[in-house]
Design a protein around this ligand. Structure first.
Ligand code: SAM
Length: 218
């Protein structure tokens, strides 16, 4: 018997705290046969049927498992921090689905509040007039130099460590005194928002869960 393809929801879960989950995300997960996500993401939901937890190392394998379950006619939610379309799992899931012949019309994206949006909100930034940059998992760090002096505030997801990103900017001529705000673990109880100079950021330790807001030149 030929099986019908099921459905995949790629669900944005917001920056991390439960209060930033959307009602749509909660209802989607509740009505799914399987939910794939990091343990931290899965724990946000109280009504989950079968869970498949991933970590950084087995992420792609678990996403493949999720797509295969959807091919077997299951409804599968794949959880993505923030919004799935901003440095999230959207493209990876689309690629795997293409490889496995799962129809893209059976994939629905449920948007979430991005950590970028929360960083902008916390800093009173109208983010449509900011440089939005993500270096997460990418090696295009030099792209920031093209915009850093264009008169706009820059909101960036750093590539590796925040201090390395700051050092890179210093090494490439950005002033030591350039104001930078590091937004760490936004929405969590231990959220930290530190406004200081680029030089100081280069000497400080932060976790990987940070957004950098770099003021414009003036
Ligand atoms: C794989 S990306 C996911 C981005 C996500 N799709 C979004 O829209 O926020 C992970 C990076 O997002 C940023 N990030 C995610 N959640 C965060 C939070 N609660 N506070 C600060 N930065 C966060 C960090 O830079 C982290 O390394």
């Amino acid at each position: 018997m030929i099986k019908m393809a099921g459905k995949i929801y790629i669900v944005g879960i917001g920056p991390g705290a439960k209060e930033y989950l959307t009602i749509k995300s909660i209802e989607t997960v509740k009505s799914s046969d399987y939910t794939v996500g990091s343990s931290r993401a899965i724990e946000l939901f109280s009504d989950v049927q079968n869970t498949i937890a991933f970590n950084v190392k087995d992420l792609v394998d678990k996403l493949k498992e999720g797509v295969e379950l959807a091919i077997d006619d299951n409804v599968v939610s794949i959880l993505s921090t923030g919004d799935p379309g901003f440095s999230g799992v959207l493209n990876t899931v689309l690629r795997i689905s293409t490889e496995k012949g799962f129809p893209h019309e059976n994939i629905e994206v449920i948007p979430g509040i991005s950590s970028l949006q929360l960083a902008a909100a916390k800093n009173h930034i109208q983010w449509d007039s900011a440089n939005i940059m993500t270096f997460h998992g990418r090696e295009n760090i030099e792209d920031i130099l093209k915009v850093i002096d264009n008169g706009k505030v820059t909101i960036a997801l750093p590539s590796r460590k925040v201090k390395d990103m700051a050092q890179f900017l210093l090494d490439n001529g950005v002033e030591k005194t350039r104001p930078v705000t590091v937004c760490e673990r936004l929405s969590y109880d231990d959220e930290k928002i530190v406004s200081t100079s680029l030089e100081h950021v280069a000497e400080s330790e932060f976790t990987y869960m940070c957004i950098m807001v770099i003021e414009d030149k003036n």
